[in-house]
Design a protein around this ligand. Structure first.
Ligand code: ACO
Length: 326
């Protein structure tokens, strides 16, 4: 059994926040943000939560696939920003879509969340446990950002992307998810963090506090430009694939310069690396499926194209997936 991606969808809130807008609330400039990151604007939610964005992206992916809610067996949401500690975003999405037969749960791997979620769905589908699934990457990082911290608040945006996956008999064309590599390194956990609630209870005598994103930017940069190329090379080697066979590297949109550096290390042209960070900023678990949806809807993917999806994020976590488009 092979996992095919049979539909894609994405959603971002309407409200655009430009670099100039941010220069009005912290000491920064369009020039600083765009030259260091490639970001010019991002979408920020006016109260719409992760679940609502995820459900809309999923609805669009199901429409693209021609699949109804009753056909969905599994919903996996890669998110670090579920609206509630519980229930999960996946269960809420299930309720909104009316996917009553499905089982849903979230995966926590920050910006690598979509790749981890895809790997989970692929494993279940390959082994015949489930047939049709929704894999969603959705995040609402605007609620975790300290809007007075210029070193982080300029980087992030809100959004969601989704794919419908379905198990199909192995075909001669070899289409579908070929292989996924994922990894994590907890020794570097402190490099990129966001405390949810501090440990407060009646015994400690303290009230819980909410935390904000805190990041050692240069450490994350160094990690990404080393680990992502290594992971992609491992994926190519483990599947006997040559880089020349790859049409696109769909990379996590965290920073244009990170993507350029990855391209240099892998000796590939930026033509192979589509980007949309300019318009959305870093939407964490959503960047990869949003970009994949853009490629699909713009007709930039043809049957037989090989594509690598690759992400990295807090944990530290990373992952890459080789897909052949159907
Ligand atoms: N506007 C103007 N100045 C700023 C801003 C800002 N928004 N932010 C920081 N600065 C200043 C700093 O205060 C510092 O000033 P100083 O020299 O007077 O002390 C100066 O700019 C340089 O700061 P650095 O942090 O060294 O800047 P750097 O060149 O490293 O760029 C950046 C920062 C863009 C965050 C970079 O490190 C980066 O992209 N790292 C990767 C981050 C990332 O990708 N994070 C997300 C990945 S994981 C995930 O997706 C959750």
């Amino acid at each position: 059994m092979k996992t095919m991606i049979i539909g894609t969808g994405s959603y971002a809130p309407d409200r655009v926040v430009t670099n100039e807008d941010l220069a009005g609330i912290v000491e920064t400039s369009d020039e600083w943000i765009s030259t260091r990151t490639g970001i010019r604007e991002r979408r920020i939610s006016l109260g719409q939560g992760t679940t609502a964005m995820a459900a809309e992206a999923a609805r669009r992916a199901m429409e693209d696939a021609g699949v109804g809610p009753e056909e969905i067996d599994l919903i996996v949401v890669g998110t670090a920003t579920a609206d509630h500690c519980f229930p999960s975003a996946a269960c809420e999405v299930q309720g909104i879509l009316g996917a009553d037969r499905a089982v849903g749960y979230d995966i926590s791997a920050a910006c690598s969340g979509f790749i981890f979620a895809l790997n989970t769905a692929d494993s279940f589908i390959r082994s015949g446990v489930y047939r049709t699934g929704l894999v969603i990457g959705a995040d609402n990082l605007s609620k975790l950002v300290d809007w007075s911290d210029r070193s982080t608040c300029v980087l992030f945006g809100d959004g969601a992307g989704a794919v419908v996956v379905r198990g199909c008999e192995e075909q001669e064309t070899g289409s579908g998810v070929i292989r996924t590599e994922i990894g994590s390194d907890g020794r570097k956990a402190s490099v990129l963090t966001c405390r949810s609630r501090t440990m407060g209870n009646f015994l400690t005598g303290t009230k819980p506090e909410i935390g904000y994103i805190s990041m050692e930017g240069q450490e994350v940069f160094k990690f990404a430009v080393k680990k992502v190329p290594e992971c992609i090379e491992q994926l190519l080697s483990n599947t006997g694939t040559k880089m020349e066979e790859i049409k696109y590297l769909v990379l996590h949109q965290a920073n244009f310069r990170i993507c350029e550096s990855i391209a240099r290390r892998l000796k590939v042209s930026m033509d192979k690396i589509p980007m949309n960070i300019e318009c959305y900023g870093n939407t964490s678990g959503a960047t990869i499926p949003v970009l994949l949806d853009e490629l699909n809807r713009d007709g930039r993917l043809s049957s037989g194209d090989k594509v690598i999806l690759a992400g990295f994020g807090a944990g530290l976590t990373w992952g890459a997936s080789l897909i052949q488009w159907q």
